[in-house]
Design a protein around this ligand. Structure first.
Ligand code: DC
Length: 248
């Protein structure tokens, strides 16, 4: 007896392009990432949020920020949803509770940078980050997007600004969102966080070898967005996503 084997060509998954924006805290990468994503119609991944959510979940469950094994388990079971509310504001729901506001607080960022030094935590969060790569494309911001999570990204940008400029921006954001903040404390926190993010052994904050560096200390947000879009325009896989009026 013989069987005819139907030889269908395997369906090829569409290629999903990625733009990575890495840089230190409060460098403006999140704002630039969401504007660029909106213009291109891409998804956006704010990877810092995942570390912040994990730090918060640890605090809810009484897990120490240094307890690598328990944090790894927690990272694998995070019950978290990233939503957009009716006003277009992003909302994060952790275990049924809206934690959007506390997530943005400076103390949560500090706690996030503590759990982020742990290698098993980083590995446990890796697949969650990769899963954001969905068609038509992704703009990902963080510390190691271009070096570790999406090493094959089409465009990689490393965004920096002076610690004073970053503290000034964070200060304005916090005051606008009704939080209390001292500028001097923020500069100190930012310096400490930079040291921890740069000096950690695993996936330290550093530009990928093929990243373009963008110091936006003296730039407006729009100028930084335009600089990223200029890189998009020069990339043959990405240029077709630019709206007509922005085509070179
Ligand atoms: O970008 P952010 O301030 O929300 O990040 C909070 C902390 O999370 C940051 O201090 C270090 C860590 N982080 C990381 O280690 N890797 C990333 N890709 C993103 C954030």
């Amino acid at each position: 007896m013989s069987f005819e084997v139907e030889n269908k060509p395997a369906k090829k998954a569409p290629y999903v392009p990625v733009i990575t924006l890495d840089g230190p805290t409060a460098s403006g990468k999140g704002t630039v990432a969401s504007r660029v994503a909106r213009i291109l119609g891409f998804h956006v991944l704010d990877s810092g949020l995942l570390y912040r959510v994990l730090a918060l979940a640890a605090q809810h469950h009484g897990v120490a920020l240094t307890d690598e094994q328990s944090l790894e388990v927690l990272a694998g079971h995070l019950d978290v949803q990233f939503l957009v509310d009716s006003r277009g504001e992003s909302q994060v729901v952790l275990e049924g509770e809206d934690v959007s506001r506390v997530l943005r607080e400076e103390k949560t960022g500090m706690a996030a940078s503590q759990v982020a030094v742990l290698p098993q935590v980083r590995t446990a969060l890796l697949n969650r980050q990769i899963a954001f790569r969905e068609t038509p494309g992704l703009v990902a911001d963080g510390r190691d997007m271009g070096t570790v999570v999406f090493p094959d990204a089409e465009v990689k940008v490393f965004i920096t600004a002076s610690a004073e400029a970053r503290a000034g921006r964070r200060h304005r954001q916090l005051i606008e969102s009704g939080n209390h903040a001292s500028l001097a404390d923020l500069i100190e926190d930012i310096r400490q966080r930079d040291v921890r993010d740069i000096q950690r052994a695993v996936a330290p904050l550093r530009p990928a070898a093929d990243a373009v560096e963008l110091d936006n200390t003296l730039m407006t947000v729009q100028e930084a967005v335009d600089a990223v879009l200029a890189l998009v325009a020069r990339n043959e896989r990405l240029v077709r996503f630019l709206p007509d009026q922005l085509h070179p």
